[in-house]
Design a protein around this ligand. Structure first.
Ligand code: ADP
Length: 261
């Protein structure tokens, strides 16, 4: 992972909610366009906090976060929304808007909230819904959708922003395995076909290892390992990170399955 090719780069990032209690202790990340990165680690290891720093919601105590080689804090909210999209674990706002309008909201950074959507805005929104298989539910509100459909609609909104980077916080935590697979495939497509840098906090080591280009293992605010699945899916690293015995079961077509004991 070289910083030069990264659209979003964090170096030596430290953060504490309370003085003296460091939650992030020198974290590095280089997210390149076209790459899908999963952040893994036990509860409380600092993944969500790090995502909030990458989003500009929190500021590091020290270290640098740069988007397109410019410090994050130098962006206005609107400029940031053009380049960075966020998909939460579960939708908490805009629940009573039809999907069609929700996805168009993704265009606000480009059009302004008061402006009428242009033909381009409508076309981008249409494409985003097609890509996420949300067209059939375009007239329904988020409240009227299943968890999987709602998550696809949220990803459609992120896509409509046409960002260079998409950040997701455990987007599959409430979904069944079919929808988990669908979302992981979709995240990989956002990177491979749409050229985004995709960074996702994940709890599913096996899905992350199967679909992501890079994994980052965190524990107590530090990075234990980062790299391709073959480098990171290793017994000793996983045992050290999660404090459980690990068995690796080989597969014919990808990284081994991780089973914890
Ligand atoms: P993860 O996403 O890996 O579960 P978090 O980033 O949520 O980890 O949490 C990292 C640490 O920061 C934990 O010890 C957690 O208790 C603490 N923490 C998280 N949010 C806050 C907060 N708003 N105020 C104080 N401490 C927090």
């Amino acid at each position: 992972m070289s910083d030069a090719s990264a659209i979003l780069a964090a170096s030596d990032v430290r953060f504490a909610y309370r003085a003296g209690v460091e939650v992030l202790r020198g974290v590095h990340l280089a997210a390149a366009k076209g790459k899908f990165i999963c952040l893994l680690g036990p509860n409380g290891s600092g993944k969500t906090t790090f995502l909030k720093l990458l989003l500009g919601v929190l500021s590091p105590a020290s270290g640098r976060i740069e988007l397109e080689a410019k410090p994050l804090e130098q962006y206005s909210a609107r400029a940031l929304a053009k380049k960075l999209a966020y998909v939460p674990q579960t939708p908490t706002s805009a629940l009573n808007f039809p999907v069609r309008e929700l996805v168009l909201m993704g265009r606000y950074a480009h059009t302004g909230a008061m402006g009428l959507p242009s033909e381009t805005d409508l076309q981008v929104a249409r494409l985003a819904m097609e890509m996420t298989e949300s067209t059939d539910v375009a007239d329904r509100t988020l409240e009227e959708l299943s968890g999987g459909q709602a998550q696809c609609a949220m990803i459609a909104r992120a896509l409509a922003q046409q960002p260079g980077v998409c950040l997701l916080d455990e987007p599959t935590s409430h979904l069944d395995i079919r929808n988990q697979l669908k979302i992981y495939r979709m995240m990989r497509r956002l990177a491979r076909d749409w050229g985004m840098a995709v960074v996702c906090v994940s709890h599913d080591i096996n899905l992350a290892a199967r679909f992501a280009d890079e994994l980052m293992l965190m524990k107590r605010g530090a990075v234990i390992a980062a790299g391709g699945p073959a480098e990171v899916i290793q017994k000793n690293l996983l045992r050290e990170t999660y404090d459980v015995e690990i068995e690796l079961i080989p597969t014919s077509d990808g990284p081994p399955i991780v089973r914890a004991h």
